[in-house]
Design a protein around this ligand. Structure first.
Ligand code: NAD
Length: 370
């Protein structure tokens, strides 16, 4: 008998609640057909929480997130709150969750589904079969380093300062996530920095090399300069398996890699925290797209990134690899059958809305399991 897991669901704003409704259908199917046992709580975040509670996220919700085995997040952001200060914007909800749960490793898979190969701006031969994972450090580096700020110099001109800074501990914990992932994938890690011009990059390279020698001698490790990596990602992305890098380079390279697949509505992500004494890790799963206010309420959003985020949650937090594969296969088959939401529509395919796409995934799950 499988153990009951605590899931916190935070649909958020815009298309968040619309795509989350489709995940609920998948959850219900897994509960009925695959013995998934969940204790589910659902809470408001973002603009929805501001409207009801006056804050983007309540302390009670942060506490629930800390207690949960995993958090499934939709998206936050609502133009109605564009006038409020930065500290009260809907987006504060996700920033607070990331910092309070110390979610330091962002995992972004970039996977090309055969049926969507034409959605990429690259030639089909360059991206066919693409399946890479970018692991980005998210709570350190230049976005948080001190000193920082803008100062006025004696001559009246101004100077802006940010500092790239990494400690051995920060590098090692994110590198461990990358090596562990490689072991259950194709066993290759590419570590990315700019050790040719940055001391922090030099330390990054030394720490990753040392960790591999001590703990992961079975995993193949290569090092690559960040600028070369940007080039290689569009020249020959199939050479990569797991890439690990700091906050700034990861920000840029993960967006670049996402676009190899050509479709924002298809891309899931996970953010993981440190392993705690009881062996549990805080973890939050979300699509990489935002709340898409331009299409909210129209019933046309693509729910697949949210559904695939739930598949990642099953794999990494609930130890249910078979169910994750089942969902990913169902999504792939539904796409192969020709159904498309507006964002991934192409000639000769059948255009459907959010709800029909969700129903199709559930129906396909039934076929696969039956
Ligand atoms: P966005 O990802 O919301 O939308 C970009 C474009 O992609 C839009 O044209 C949108 O219609 C389309 N799109 C996105 N997801 C789609 C889907 N599932 N199906 C079909 N089309 C989809 O980015 P944006 O417009 O820059 O931001 C809108 C709001 O979302 C902002 O308030 C921003 O701060 C917020 N945001 C939140 C998160 C998050 O919650 N983690 C992430 C990114 C942006």
């Amino acid at each position: 008998m499988s153990e009951t897991k605590k899931l916190l669901v935070l649909p958020g704003d815009g298309i968040g609640p619309e795509v989350m409704r489709e995940v609920a259908k998948v959850v219900q199917w897994l509960q009925a057909a695959r013995g998934l046992k969940l204790d589910i709580a659902e809470e408001l975040v973002g603009g929805a929480s501001l409207a009801k509670h006056g804050v983007p996220i309540r302390d009670e919700v942060i506490a629930l997130a800390k207690e949960a085995d995993a958090v499934l997040f939709g998206s936050v952001g609502d133009p109605a709150w564009a006038h409020v200060g930065f500290d009260r914007r809907p987006e504060v909800a996700i920033l607070r969750l990331r910092s309070e749960l110390e979610l330091f490793a962002n995992l972004r898979p970039a996977k090309v589904f055969d049926a969507l190969i034409d959605a990429s701006t690259l030639k089909p031969d360059v991206v066919r079969g693409l399946d890479i994972m970018i692991v980005r450090e998210t709570v350190g580096g230049i976005y948080f380093g001190e000193p920082r700020g803008i100062e006025t110099l004696p001559d009246g001109s101004r100077r802006g300062v940010n500092t790239e800074v990494y400690t051995t501990g920060e590098i090692e914990r994110v590198a461990r996530v990358a090596f562990d992932l490689a072991r259950v994938r194709r066993n290759r890690v590419t570590s990315i920095e700019k050790c040719n011009v940055m001391e922090s990059g030099l330390l990054w390279k030394e720490v990753v090399t040392d960790l591999r020698q001590r703990v992961y001698p079975d995993v193949e490790l290569t090092h690559m300069l960040a600028d070369n990596c940007a080039m290689q990602l569009v020249r020959n992305p199939l050479q990569f398996d797991v890439l690990v890098t700091g906050n700034l380079f990861g920000d840029l390279l993960s967006d670049l890699a996402a676009m190899l697949t050509g479709s924002l509505g298809m891309l899931p992500s996970a953010t993981l925290g440190a392993e705690q004494a009881d062996g549990k890790r805080h973890a939050l799963y979300e699509p990489i797209h935002g709340s898409a206010p331009d299409i909210a309420g129209k019933g046309i959003a693509n729910p697949l990134a949210q559904i695939l985020s739930f598949a990642m949650l099953l794999r990494y937090s609930f130890d249910r690899e078979a169910d994750a594969v089942l969902i990913e296969t169902a999504v792939s088959n539904v796409l192969a059958s020709g159904l498309r939401t507006a964002d991934i529509m192409s000639e000769g395919m059948a255009r459907v809305g959010t709800s029909v796409m969700g129903d199709a995934v559930v129906k396909e799950l039934g076929k696969l399991a039956g």
